[in-house]
Ligand binder design. Structure first.
Ligand SMILES: *Cc1c(COP(=O)(O)O)cnc(C)c1O
Length: 421
């Protein structure tokens, strides 16, 4: 469920007509519904209320500090994958004891920053990383909380680019080798072994891969207990899918019930790292039609948002529903919706049956709240879009539109070539 709906012909977000919003803020524009964000977080978090748990929102799906703040106020933590995301989470006033740090390539300065911030734990992906974290912690006179990210080798049955829990993926430590790595870790004095973690992929629409992964983690949990290691956290990662088109992913409560049911005999705190399922359908990208044209066998709608604003279609061939901000009675055509960027791969939607759009019409690209703005770039020197949070009948700009000056921030022409020849 989300709070984007038509009132008559006009698309609204909560109690705000999108046309009015665009008149004030312009396009391209990301719009998020506060009510939807809060509800999605609550539904997910409440589904685990029977067991000790921390819902650590995956910042990489949407890292605006206002968005992070909403979940932190609801009692959530944050799953980070970089020093930059830690900085954002701290700016949103997260409890550092609810921060988990994932990712295969943590730099020393990032590790030090996380140790200084007193985060809950690092999800460690290699033996070398364990040694580096141990050395940093020793130098800082601290103990680093860690979990090993194990690779359970299960097929999440999703897009190959977003599957992460197969043997051939770069992520984690092979589950068979992990016991050995845990034992080595237990000899490193500045590590506090707290948990086991995994994350098998994204946009999963079935429960069974999660349960297969959990079964392998449970086995490991048993071995670790027998070896005298006290595992207090089981981090099951994120990955629950959403409806972009016709998918019917499990409801968070089904997901939670299956996980809780399959782990009744474990006493530990669960960590969940949902991203997409919380924010995906809580945001849209609004764009304006610049031109329309047709060649012999194709209609093109050229809009002012491109792959630099929303990369998912170009990168993953992802489907995003597109719809008019104002419905008309014009007849339908089959068209491609394309951006202004100088790449053939720059499109938002292909071969869609849509009402005929005309210059200056507004179009909403739905389900753009996750991996939308966070993947935006300045390619073609395009300033990044503004972001707006709607709350009831009010809206707040939570990131202003970039200006040209910001495009060259930090750039400098060396004196040598400054002068005219
Ligand atoms: C990307 C990622 C997530 C979030 O995935 P979603 O599919 O958005 O829920 C969680 N944990 C880790 C380690 C990730 O890399």
């Amino acid at each position: 469920m989300h709070d984007f709906h038509y009132e008559g012909k006009d698309l609204w977000c909560e109690e705000v007509p999108i046309r009015d919003l665009v008149a004030q803020v312009g396009t391209p524009l990301y719009i998020y519904s506060h009510r939807t964000l809060k509800n999605h977080f609550r539904v997910f978090n409440d589904a685990f209320s029977r067991v000790p748990h921390i819902t650590c929102f995956a910042a990489k799906s949407n890292s605006n500090i206002a968005i992070l703040r909403i979940f932190i106020r609801e009692g959530g933590g944050v799953d980070i994958v970089s020093g930059g995301e830690l900085y954002r989470a701290m700016k949103a006033r997260v409890d550092p004891q609810k921060v988990v740090y994932s990712g295969v390539g943590k730099r020393i300065d990032e590790i030090e920053y996380a140790l200084a911030s007193n985060i809950l734990m690092f999800n460690v992906e290699s033996f070398q990383e364990l040694e580096v974290i141990n050395t940093c912690a020793a130098r800082m006179n601290r103990k680093a909380g860690i979990a090993l990210r194990v690779n359970p080798d299960v097929d999440p049955q999703t897009h190959p680019y977003i599957s992460t829990g197969l043997k051939e993926n770069k992520f984690g430590i092979n589950v068979e080798k992990s016991l050995e790595t845990y034992l080595l870790a237990s000899k490193l004095k500045n590590l506090d072994i707290k948990g086991i973690s995994c994350h098998i992929g994204s946009q999963l629409t079935k429960i069974s891969p999660f349960i297969d992964a959990l079964d392998r983690l449970k086995k490991l949990f048993g071995h670790l207990k027998a070896a005298g290691l006290k595992i207090r956290y089981l981090d099951l990662g994120g990955g629950l899918g959403i409806t972009y088109d016709e998918e019917s992913p499990p409801h968070p409560s089904e997901y939670a019930d299956a996980i809780i049911g399959a782990s009744r005999d474990l006493s530990c705190t669960f960590i969940l790292e949902p991203g997409r399922v919380i924010v995906g359908n809580a945001g849209i990208l609004v764009t304006k039609v610049l031109y329309t044209k047709a060649n012999e066998d194709k209609n093109f709608i050229i809009v002012d948002a491109g792959m630099n604003d929303l990369l998912r279609p170009s990168l993953y061939k992802s489907y995003h529903h597109v719809q008019p901000v104002q419905k008309t009675k014009r007849k339908e055509i089959i068209a491609d919706v394309v951006g202004p960027i100088c790449e053939s791969g720059d499109y938002l939607a292909r071969e869609r049956r849509l009402q005929r759009f005309e210059r200056d019409d507004l179009m909403a690209v739905m389900s753009a709240g996750a991996y939308g703005f966070t993947m935006a770039s300045n390619y073609n020197s395009r300033p990044r879009a503004a972001e707006v949070l709607v709350m009831g009948d009010k809206f707040h700009i939570i990131r202003k539109r970039e200006e040209y000056g910001e495009l060259i921030r930090g750039e400098k022409i060396p004196d040598m070539i400054k002068r005219k020849q």
